[in-house]
Design a protein around this ligand. Structure first.
Ligand code: UDX
Length: 436
């Protein structure tokens, strides 16, 4: 099938390349010339395992092209809207400027029978606002949310847990759902659940899923706060409750909490939308979820301060990690960089290292010190804090080796990812999050 993907950021670039890899002819369109030049040359503008390979394959096969010219969308059977919906600068709601601009630019190129598939994460009700303009051209609007995780984006796109397509009732909606079944034919053939809903439900599925995940993380972080005043160990607690299949162990990792380009902004936008709908109280708990999450960053800072005897002033603190999570170079709302910034604000001499995210972090946090080499970053440190659970720190960093580099054997494990016993055995003072 011929497909267009409008917006070539994380979501769009991955979607375009993944759709070409399953045999479609795809044009990716974006207003950012530099991004399009990079993608056309087979270069991924961000770190995502496997993406460079499928970009190169797609381009070599001739099935994948990128352009800034919206006219290239003409003739595609399905147009995916994959632009960003960031948090508004002066509020919590989602900024729909890019969605509206993409739809306006696309309108002149739509033909009767085309399907426009919204993938961006939007406030519930957005498709009802967009539909009249799109459907006046004879095209059909569906909402097809995306659940991809950074670092696993290709797998999540090609082999998702489920596919959700929200359609308007009636023949055009049913036909559009069939068109999307054809787009995702390999997954449909493998019997991956394909759920056809109405459009508001599809919009809500995405924000509800992210709100649930954020709540799960903040729940265990709240338990960490209780553990801290009772001597309990939150990781054992998570293991024990996680054995209950109704609860499940995943996303019960206590630590410095969630960040990234999705969970924080999505829960805030959800609260803002619920307020607009007169149902603010229904998701009032999301404000607590956000507050717990932000408190854990402060807690990590307090642990470093306490471990260093009550002040970090002119103490050398090495921060292991900058990305908001491993397998990513994304530093948007990175809890670790926030911790690093807070420590610097208290007068610490902060050195940050990360296997992938240093270039991005340096651009947004020029006040912090950055060192590419892990061992160089550790050398002479008075305290070390792990903020991103990269394998480079979790598995590959031997506590005995690290002990030989630092000036003070103090380690704060902001992700509860280190083997506490092994670090203590190597002479370290080990502090976890919600662990004795
Ligand atoms: C998330 C959703 O998982 C995905 O389905 C959606 O499409 C986009 O938002 P992503 O932002 O890539 O994906 O990251 P995710 O893996 O969900 O992690 C989010 C944050 O939560 C990270 O900062 C991570 O470190 C943190 N986290 C995750 C925890 O603190 N504890 C956990 O147990 C799990």
């Amino acid at each position: 099938m011929k497909l267009s993907v409008i917006g070539c950021g994380y979501l769009g670039a991955v979607h375009a390349a993944a759709m070409a890899s399953i045999g479609h002819e795809v044009v990716g369109i974006d207003v950012d010339r530099r991004k399009i030049a990079a993608l056309s040359g087979g270069e991924a503008p961000f770190f995502e395992p496997g993406l460079p390979e499928i970009l190169a394959d797609g381009i070599a096969s001739g099935r994948l092209t990128f352009t800034t010219d919206m006219a290239a969308a003409a003739g595609a059977a399905v147009h995916f809207i994959a632009v960003g919906t960031p948090q508004q600068k002066d509020g919590n709601a989602a900024d729909l400027t890019f969605v509206n601009a993409a739809v306006d630019a696309l309108l002149p190129h739509l033909r009767p029978g085309d399907v426009v598939a919204g993938k961006s994460t939007v406030p519930v009700g957005t498709s009802a606002d967009l539909a009249p303009r799109i459907e006046a051209t004879g095209a059909t609007l569906v909402w097809n949310p995306e659940f991809l995780r950074e670092g696993w984006a290709l797998q999540d796109t090609i082999d998702p847990d489920r596919i959700v397509v929200g359609v308007a009732s009636g023949a055009a909606g049913e036909r559009a759902a069939d068109v999307l079944r054809e787009v995702y034919h390999p997954a449909v053939a493998r019997s991956i659940p394909f759920l056809v809903t109405d459009r508001p439900t599809a919009e809500l599925v995405k924000v509800a899923a992210n709100a649930f995940l954020a709540t799960k993380i903040s729940f265990i972080n709240a338990m960490a706060e209780i553990a801290e005043v009772t001597g309990a160990d939150v990781t054992q607690l998570a293991d024990a409750i996680g054995h209950d299949a109704r609860i499940g162990r995943r996303f019960l990792g206590a630590g410095i909490g969630f960040g990234g380009g999705c969970l924080p902004k999505d829960i805030r936008a959800f609260s803002a939308r619920a307020e607009e709908l007169g149902r603010g109280e229904s998701v009032a708990f999301l404000r607590e979820v956000d507050a717990i999450n932000l408190r854990r960053r402060e807690r990590a800072v307090q642990l470093v301060v306490a471990a260093l005897g009550g002040t970090v002033f002119e103490k050398r603190v090495t921060v292991l990690g900058a990305a908001f999570k491993p397998h990513s170079d994304d530093i948007r709302d990175s809890p670790g960089l926030d911790v690093a910034t807070q420590l610097r604000g208290l007068g610490a001499l902060v050195t940050v290292t990360d296997p992938a995210a240093i270039d991005n972090a340096r651009r947004t946090h020029p006040q912090l010190g950055f060192v590419t080499d892990r061992d160089e970053a550790l050398t002479g440190a008075d305290a070390v804090i792990v903020v991103t659970e990269w394998d480079e720190y979790r598995r590959e960093l031997s506590p005995a080796h690290a002990a030989g580099l630092v000036a003070g054997r103090i380690v704060v494990d902001g992700r509860n990812c280190l083997d506490a016993a092994a670090w203590r055995a190597a002479g370290w003072e080990y502090y976890g999050m919600g662990r004795p």
